[in-house]
Design a protein around this ligand. Structure first.
Ligand code: ACO
Length: 382
């Protein structure tokens, strides 16, 4: 029988699966996808190649990558009735909610009800990777009263997403920044959304439901939603000169106050991805004036290191990602959907892994309620 001693709130340190997809050493800031350092992949690789690596386990050959890329480009378009569905969504709704509904609906247009056919599973994998950017861009344009743009098969994954959002191609530098961000967010061991995907996948639910579960988990402010909150926080602070007073006031009002974009269950040093994103930001702002939000972030990191550093609380991936996205023109509430566009690669890798020797997740609980309570008929109750 499970005892209080066995109980770990938030399942801290409890292994939920054996996995060969990514490796994280939170004390040394090491993150590897299938054994390859994420910093190297962010500089040298592409999102398409990284998606293959995560899902298949090895870097693709030139032919495998060319075929995979071609197959993804073929699956970017979404059914016209799915576009109608998106047009019916409230413009003021959050894009993560739209994405959640869109992903589940995708499974009705391109069904994969059983998960025992590797060919159909692969097709769903391709479709999910290829169409998340289309869903996000379609909702974004619709809510702005703009026409939904058809995907362009002459552009790569990052470039096509940017095009579908804004109706113009990104510069090569912006395309590379977006691609690097997708790589950095593609996978991160047994985080909340990945666990959600594995739990839903373990019921043999269809892959669209599996990914929709993960999208829901990612939307929360303690997980993917933190990137939006981090940027809003920099805006609220208003400039590096205000950071000290802002932080003191927040901590005085609430001793449990949490700075958004810092802290992590596993990392006890600065997240490797935050370091790469900061390098990207430094590079982008090298020849321009640094944006106020970036200056604010730098000062907040400096002050937080003194206060929270001794507890092992340092910037995570969400601390600098918003500043980078803002600099390339991405609206704040699309930060988390972009996270999902990237992380779907990791979720699909975990779903594929989960199905091998699958066992449904069914953990234990520690019951703390009453037992044997007598039912009182309604007419006898006050
Ligand atoms: N600011 C200030 N203090 C913090 C922060 C923070 N951001 N994060 C943790 N702490 C403190 C807590 O107050 C707590 O202190 P205590 O021991 O004195 O009570 C201690 O550190 C442990 O914090 P928990 O919240 O229990 O740690 P947990 O591992 O459960 O949570 C989490 C990790 C959710 C990421 C947390 O650090 C947090 O809320 N950070 C802010 C939100 C954020 O940036 N989320 C993105 C995470 S990365 C991702 O999902 C992509």
């Amino acid at each position: 029988m499970t005892t209080e001693v066995d109980y770990k709130p938030g399942l801290e340190d409890v292994p939920a699966a054996k996995s060969a997809i990514s490796f994280l050493d939170g004390k040394k800031a090491v993150l590897e996808y299938r054994g390859i350092a994420v910093e190297v992949l962010a500089k040298e690789s592409t999102f398409e190649e990284v998606a293959w690596l995560l899902i298949k386990g090895e870097l693709p050959t030139q032919k495998q990558l060319a075929d995979f890329d071609h197959d993804l480009r073929q699956r970017r378009s979404i059914h016209f009735r799915l576009k109608d569905l998106i047009r019916c969504m409230p413009a003021e709704g959050h894009p993560m909610d739209a994405l959640h509904a869109g992903v589940a609906a995708l499974g009705m247009f391109y069904p994969c009800p059983h998960v025992n056919d590797p060919g159909k599973n692969w097709d769903a994998t391709l479709r999910l990777l290829a169409s998340l950017p289309t869903l996000v861009a379609a909702f974004h344009r619709t809510r702005r009263g703009e026409d939904i743009l058809d995907p362009r098969s002459d552009l790569d994954h990052a470039g096509n997403f940017y095009y579908m959002l804004f109706g113009k191609e990104p510069t090569p530098a912006v395309r590379k920044v977006l691609d690097a961000c997708l790589i950095l967010h593609a996978e991160h061991t047994m985080n909340a959304s990945t666990f959600a995907a594995r739990v839903t996948g373990s019921t043999l639910a269809n892959p669209y439901q599996t990914i929709a579960s993960a999208v829901g988990a990612l939307s929360g402010p303690l997980h993917g939603g933190a990137n939006e909150e981090a940027l809003r926080q920099f805006e609220e602070i208003g400039g590096p000169e205000n950071v000290k007073a802002w932080l003191e006031a927040k901590r005085a009002a609430d001793p449990k106050f949490k700075v958004m974009g810092i802290g992590h269950r596993v990392y006890k040093v600065k997240d490797a991805r935050a370091t790469v994103l900061q390098e990207i930001a430094e590079h982008m702002f090298a020849e321009t004036t640094r944006p106020k939000n970036y200056e604010t972030a730098l000062e907040l990191e400096r002050l937080c290191a003194g206060i929270y550093g001794p507890k092992g609380i340092y910037p995570n991936v969400d601390f600098y990602s918003g500043v980078v996205y803002q600099a390339i023109g991405i609206p704040t509430d699309l930060f988390t959907p972009i996270f999902a566009i990237a992380r779907v690669a990791g979720w699909l890798a975990h779903w594929t892994e989960q199905l091998v020797g699958n066992r449904i997740f069914r953990p234990e609980q520690i019951y703390v309620g009453r037992t044997g309570v007598k039912y009182v008929p309604l007419e006898e109750r006050p």
